[in-house]
Write a protein that binds this ligand. Structure first.
Ligand code: FAD
Length: 349
């Protein structure tokens, strides 16, 4: 396994459960990139607005998420903060409200249920909300939230218990396939395997791949930076996810309230931009005015792994012992369980 984010580690876990001998090689630490940076919304409601490969995988993953969390908790002994409290998306103008209702009709057709809420009903669900400009809201009952850092901690223990070999701080430079055998090289490691999975997120297409000495061009992967800001709010300030356009807020069980986000094309630049942080704060505080009294305790960035065409790159390279699993962009935390099942069912027959 090349890459130990939530995608690679989930695939490795499911493979090891089936008795496959697995080694995970990661350039940094298991879960040290997008998979720890993500907010952890499991929320097709606002993310999946049309029929696509995203919609099928996202809905399958959401259906299986409670089982994925339960099995991971049982095997690892690590508690995972997972809550299904739904999501609310706000319309602050008549135009937005018309757009949301049209979206809701389309989504009902392909399996995402939602319900229109009046301003009063919305305020009942989120008492801290500023509803002065509210025209209406959509309620997505199936959406949920998970703490992805808990998932990664649990995956680390589950992998260890199943005997998966983990090599960290070792960046794979090349994958060479010759006569059905895969050779994986990093400065520290040179190993042969019968099969390999490339799950290196935003970095995936930077790794050289060759078949019988001929270079193989992979669908380009690239980073889309996002900022998140954490407030030390009182628990239960917010139960459902709250969204308006590119602004969202969600809360962990023990209090921290996370506000996002940005989408930036700045390469692999990890720096927190004070102007972006201030913009997220002002958007979040406009929705929940009580947040003004809570100073943000932390702001961080992460690299959403996008792939050319903005579709995930999933499956086997035809006839070769190499599988690809990258490009999950804004929804990799959500899509990890179904992605792991998809890849493992292809690899182990
Ligand atoms: C701000 C932000 C908010 C987000 N919010 C959500 C959300 O609410 N819900 C949701 O579903 N998704 C969300 N996402 C997206 C989600 O985090 C990603 O889609 C998901 O984590 C991708 O997982 P991954 O395993 O593919 O990538 P990563 O977690 O980036 O893992 C890739 C791994 O590959 C390793 N690697 C890189 N190069 C090499 C190499 N040469 N050799 C070996 N290993 C290598 C890296 O070290 C890394 O550990 C968010 C992302 C960001 C940045």
């Amino acid at each position: 396994m090349i890459g130990g984010g939530i995608i690679g580690a989930s695939i490795a876990w499911r493979l090891a459960e089936r008795g496959v001998e697995v080694t995970v090689i990661d350039a940094g630490e298991l879960g040290g990139e997008a998979s720890s940076a993500g907010a952890g919304m499991l929320a097709p409601g606002a993310e999946i607005t049309d029929v696509s490969i995203w919609q099928a995988l996202a809905l399958e993953s959401l259906r299986g998420y409670a089982d994925y969390v339960a099995q991971l908790t049982e095997q690892s002994g690590v508690a995972i903060d997972y809550r299904r409290f739904g999501a609310i998306e706000l319309a602050l103008t008549e135009e937005e409200w018309t757009g949301l209702r049209e979206r809701s009709e389309r989504q009902t057709f392909f399996g995402i249920p939602s319900e229109a809420l009046s301003a009063e009903a919305t305020r009942e669900r989120i008492t801290a909300l500023d509803t002065r400009a509210l025209k209406g809201a959509l309620w997505y009952p199936d959406d949920a939230v998970v703490d992805p850092r808990h998932i990664m901690a649990a995956l680390r223990v589950a992998l260890q218990k199943l005997g998966v070999k983990l090599i960290e701080k070792s960046a794979v430079e090349s994958i060479a396939i010759n006569a059905g055998v895969v050779e994986v090289r990093s400065p520290e490691v040179h190993m042969r395997a019968t099969d390999a999975v490339l799950a290196a997120g935003a970095w995936a297409s930077g790794i050289r791949v060759s078949v019988a000495g001929e270079p193989l061009a992979l669908t380009r992967s690239y980073p889309v930076r996002g900022h998140l800001t954490k407030y030390a709010a009182a628990p239960d300030t917010l139960q459902p996810i709250l969204r308006h356009h590119h602004t969202y807020l969600l809360q962990r069980t023990n209090g921290p309230l996370i506000a996002g986000t940005s989408q930036e094309d700045v390469g692999f630049n990890r720096t927190v931009d004070p102007a972006t942080e201030a913009d997220i704060r002002s958007r979040a505080e406009a929705l929940i005015p009580g947040l003004v009294k809570d100073q943000p305790s932390e702001t961080w960035t992460g690299f959403r792994p996008a792939a050319e065409g903005l579709e995930p790159v999933l499956g086997q390279i035809s006839g070769q012992p190499l599988w690809l699993a990258y490009g999950h962009y804004r929804n990799g935390i959500l899509m990890a369980p179904a992605t792991a099942d998809l890849i493992v069912n292809q690899m182990v027959r």
